[in-house]
Design a protein around this ligand. Sequence first.
Ligand code: PMP
Length: 373
Amino acid sequence: MISFSDLPLRDDLRGKSPYGAPQAPVPVALNVNENTHPIPDDVVADILESVGAALKGANRYPDREFLELREALARYLGHGLDASNIWAANGSNEVLQQILQAFGGPGRSALGFAPTYSMYPLLASGTGTAWIAADRAPDFTVAPDHAAAAVQEHRPDVVILCAPNNPTGTPLGLDVVEAVYDATDGVVVVDEAYEEFMPRDAPSALTLLPGRERLIVSRTMSKAFAFAGVRLGYLAADPAVADALRLVRLPYHLSVLTQAAAVAALRHSDEMLATVHDIVRQRDRIASRLAELGFVVHDSGSNFVLFGGVDDPHATFLALKERGILVRDVGIPHHLRVSAGTEAETSVFLDAMAELAAAPAARASASAATSLN
Ligand code: PMP
């Protein structure tokens, strides 16, 4: 058995680890910030009909320009956008990868404010882009002057602002986006994967697009929209950005099935988003209950909560897993992250946390048990 490092691999990939959130089949999976509510049956039936019709033409390549989908996404976003402003790919991970392929690459750099989404440095390394991790305040916020100073110091070609930020949940003011945009000649990406969970009166970075041709707002159907399995991420920007991404995308990168499913689901956006209100309620319930139990809860504008004050995150992770609950150890000392699930899933998680907080010995025995494996 050889390992990948025995192969003639690129030197800059040696020693790297792949993205690896566990995919264990547990009853309560709250570890990758999905919308855990199933898609309503009538929506499934309508999507199936569209996918079936698309399948009949699947002997041909799909529309390379996925025009109908871009029109549907523009309608969904509003803000005066049209299809020329929209680009999409198989998840916003692929959108971000294409952005780094076009605007990053060897000899170039991308900057983000850590701790932030773990895929940014991986996407940077995959595209040969140097990754610069600027820091955040101890409460994980980013102030506009701090952000602008980091950008002026490092002169990155791409800045990625995660709003709200994963894994901390921290909202990001538009003043930060404006300050960063004014401080750089590079491309500024605002990753709004979780935007739909923000209060409805909080403005999106979409409102900043007019007149800012280097600004890109990235979105996904994987989170609030409950469509993670279909893989559809997208962006809004000046039409020139989409033209740049046409240089690096693979031809026909969005299958007929993906396009048909996404267009059909967008016809039902109200129903697809109907659970957002309840998810926000469960998020707030997690925050207040964990605070009651003595954990340090960080402010979240997303569908997950980062909490500190965990003696041994790995032991707590394992003790929860033994109870059929998956959360995420994001590598921040004494912290764990949990996604807001359905009311029932959230109750299972909170009851387990109350039990663990009352009996810390349970954590110690869980960790002892696994160290024997
Ligand atoms: N951005 C952020 C901040 C995320 O947390 C995620 C998923 N965890 C993504 C992008 C990528 O999501 P997808 O590829 O499913 O659109």
